[in-house]
Write a protein that binds this ligand. Sequence first.
Ligand code: ZN
Length: 168
Amino acid sequence: MIAEKNKVVSLSYQLREGGAEGEIIETTEKEQPFVFLFGHDQVIPGFEQNLISKTIGDSFEFTVDAEEGYGDYDEEAIVEIPLDAFKVEGKVDYDMLSPGNMLPMRDQDGHMLQGIVVEVTEEVVIMDFNHPMAGKTLHFKGEIVAIREASADEVSHGHAHGPGGHHH
Ligand code: ZN
């Protein structure tokens, strides 16, 4: 069986920022692999492109630039939001607004977005809605741990179920 659309792929990897000699920013072990449904935009495009047709036990090592990763860093994704929008019963929770904190927010269309607090002034909260890995070159090195056929439910939901996946 090979990694391709509608297969559930489990893998272990080490992610470095910048390239093969970069700093390790994420490690996923074989015992608790990363599990995803192939071909359903669950992962960045550059990740799947480099894994397609791999089989169980295959190792991999590749670099993904920002374009095929989390996109370029967008200055316009830094937004000022009135402090009033953060008031709960007339009060602002300043602990929640510590710079560097990630907060779930809703845009005008009701979509959930993750924003990082950059700065809090007397009137506004400056938030950065870029993905934390936007603009970064990513280097992945790892091994395919398992591949299986996805269930009809998984294909219709667009994600993997079971250990490492979503639970329903
Ligand atoms: Zn589901």
